[in-house]
Structures are given as C-alpha cells and as structure tokens.
Write a protein that binds this ligand. Sequence first.
Ligand code: FMN
Length: 134
Amino acid sequence: MDVAPDLLKGIQSVDDVRLAADAGLDGIVVSNHGGRQVDGAVASLDVLASLGDEVGDLTVLFDSGVRSGSDVFTALALGADAVILGRPYDYGLALAGAEGVQAVVEHTLAELDLTMALTGHASVAEIHRGALAR
Ligand SMILES: Cc1cc2nc3c(=O)[nH]c(=O)nc-3n(C[C@H](O)[C@H](O)[C@H](O)COP(=O)(O)O)c2cc1C
C-alpha cells in the first residue's frame, strides 16, 4: 500500500531545509502561509531563490502569492517542483463551488501554457533559472 509522503510546510530558511532533510522527510513546502501570520515576513519567493543545492533530493513545493501562470513559471524556474494555490482556490470555491475551483485551476494552467509558449519552453522540465532576469 502506498504511504502518503511526509512534507514539512512553512520553510523560511536553509536551516529549515536541513531540519527537514535530517528528519528524513520526503519534501518541503516553502511557504509563509500567505503572509497572514507575521506582518513583514520574508517573501517566500526570496526564500525559494536562496535554497540552491541545499534541497538535495527533497521534493519542493511552493506557495504564498501564486496568482497567475507567470507566477507558476517563476516558481518553477527558481526550483519548485510544483506550486500550491491557496486563496485563489478558496475564491473560486466561494464564487462557484467545484466549477469555480476548476476554472481557477484551468485558467492558471492556460496562463502557464501561454507563458511557456511565449518564452520558448516546450515542457516544464525545460524551465530553469536562466529563464529569469533580475
Ligand atoms: C482561510 C485560510 C486558512 C488556512 N489554514 C491553514 C492551515 O490550517 N494550515 C496551513 O498550513 N496553512 C493554512 N493556510 C495557508 C494556506 O495553506 C497557504 O499556505 C496560503 O494561503 C498560500 O498562500 P496564497 O493564499 O497566497 O496562495 C490557510 C489559508 C487561508 C486563506
């Protein structure tokens, strides 16, 4: 029987990544819970960009502020394996139930598809940090 992977959510530093690795977890979620807990908290995207090789074999998920397909593209380019939609999912649910959630996901994927096409990326695997400029 498959066992659900163990992920540590709320990663905000390289030290947190080391804790997750030392604990033998499967992956991490770089997240400041949408910035709702600590006013002025570090931007999760900056944390993601700073992790580098420290993540090793850990699966890396990212959330906090993903609102569009280009946001997804940026997170993937900075090393995320996947992203999580928080409030957009809730907004879709509140407006139109399951269909609203589906619309949010489909629109986000369509925007990612468009961003990839316009930047010459045929697959998610091709998206790397070199696609970004400071
Ligand atoms: C109403 C609400 C409740 C949440 N409850 C939890 C929670 O119980 N545990 C948790 O890890 N994150 C919780 N979160 C944070 C989300 O899982 C997620 O990290 C955050 O909303 C992502 O950022 P985004 O909303 O900007 O996409 C909550 C978020 C919202 C909006």
